[in-house]
Design a protein around this ligand. Structure first.
Ligand code: ADP
Ligand code: GN1
Ligand code: MG
Length: 364
């Protein structure tokens, strides 16, 4: 193991003796480890080496997460029957008093209580699970609507700003750092052909027709933990909770919950949006947000999955052209494979767009 995880663990005020640590999960950003403690009655922990190339300001990042988890914690306590320790992430303080520590090599670490007996899905196989996910994200947004104090820090500036993402993309094509642009002409053209229509959500925001709310901004389905009965349990990966449009959360959830194949599926004939899963997620989501969203927000929900799936394709392709510096990759052309699968998913959504709109129309 590259890191002395036992030593890092001992710089946190955790309860339980370190027994073992193993790599955990399939996130693309941080290095995540499960720390198992020796005592059966003590918690296990999630220990993360934070990616500070992606998150440039770790104190601000952690301040956001502290505020968000404290707020959720207090709220959940008032709900009868809630199991706060499983329904909300719990940060563990370091000995230095912060919710993170920096080791001698300049790595940043943080730790959460591990939520045991959860289920996490990269691919969703039933409408019931999709419904649960939708309800959970809707409730999450509702619970954070009255977060007191200053706006949360923008942990990654312009995270979902497609205009800025496209500028970066065009620059990457021009620079062509690792000489890959000529191999991906078809994908580049696909992106450029759709660039104008994708700016509609930004435009509605600028015109004041849709409000900025506190959103999660990374609602990939595996960031929604379900319990052993597949009921929504806890929303994790709170690094990008900050002001955003509800479309970003709705779109990213559908991108992952309603795709019949993996995010990086190689066989593009398998990539397809399942309308049944889309309908179920929408029903769950609107059951929790119907009364708060304004009519323009509702009207554009159906467009959101196209925007976010397209945005992810643009980001994967940009990283491919840049020489793979942002996302973790597992083989040489992984980012391209991801981008191709996401572009195919955009097409599938385009093919089913009128049905997607009809569903929302019925549900609202
Ligand atoms: P990344 O930003 O790299 O995706 P995450 O914070 O999502 O990192 O963590 C990676 C994975 O670790 C998650 O997908 C989930 O499987 C697992 N995980 C994270 N926090 C917890 C927790 N508190 N309890 C159980 N599993 C967790
Ligand atoms: C990253 O952290 P993770 O793996 O949940 C990325 C998301 C992308 C996602 C694509 C901070 O999410 O924006 O949607 O990969 N997170 C960040 O799978 O860039
Ligand atoms: Mg994650």
């Amino acid at each position: 193991m590259k890191y002395d995880l036992r030593k890092i663990y001992s710089s946190f005020l955790a309860d339980g003796s370190f027994s073992d640590a193993v790599s955990y999960g399939s996130g693309h950003i941080h290095d995540t480890f499960l720390v198992v403690t020796s005592e059966k009655d003590k918690d296990d922990y999630i220990l993360q080496r934070l990616n500070n190339r992606v998150f440039r300001n770790i104190p601000e990042l952690q301040e956001n997460i502290e505020r968000v988890t404290n707020h959720l914690y207090r709220k959940l306590l008032t709900f009868p029957g809630s199991d706060v320790k499983r329904e909300c992430l719990t940060l563990i303080r370091a000995i230095n008093g912060n919710s993170w520590m920096e080791d001698e090599e300049g790595n940043f670490w943080r730790m959460f209580i591990f939520i045991p007996n959860h289920r996490s899905y990269d691919i969703v196989d039933s409408p019931d699970k999709a419904f649960e996910g939708g309800k959970a994200i809707g409730r999450f947004q509702a619970m954070l609507a009255d977060l007191p104090g200053e706006p949360l820090h923008e942990t990654i500036p312009n995270f979902h700003n497609i205009e800025k993402r496209l500028e970066t993309f065009v620059q990457a094509v021009k620079s062509d750092k690792v000489k890959r642009a000529s191999d991906v002409k078809e994908e580049i053209n696909f992106v450029l052909k759709r660039s104008e229509e994708m700016k509609v959500i930004l435009r509605l925001g600028m015109e004041g027709k849709i409000p900025l709310r506190i959103t999660h901004n990374d609602t990939k389905f595996n960031n929604i933990l379900l319990d052993q009965n597949d009921k929504a349990l806890c929303i994790i990966d709170l690094d990008t909770v900050m002001p955003g449009y509800v479309h970003y959360d709705f779109g990213d959830a559908i991108r992952t919950a309603a795709n019949m194949a993996a995010e990086d599926e190689k066989d593009l004939s398998k990539v397809k949006m399942d309308i049944g899963l889309y309908n179920a997620y929408s029903e769950g989501y609107l059951s929790a947000t119907r009364d708060t969203l304004n009519s323009v927000e509702k009207e554009y929900l159906a467009f959101a999955p196209r925007l976010i799936t397209y945005t992810m394709a643009v980001r994967f392709l940009t990283d491919y052209l840049d020489g793979d510096s942002y996302y973790k990759i597992h083989h040489e052309h992984h980012n391209l494979q991801r981008a191709k699968a996401q572009l195919r998913l955009v097409e599938s959504m385009e093919e089913q767009y009128s049905e997607m709109q009809k569903t929302i129309g019925k549900l609202v």
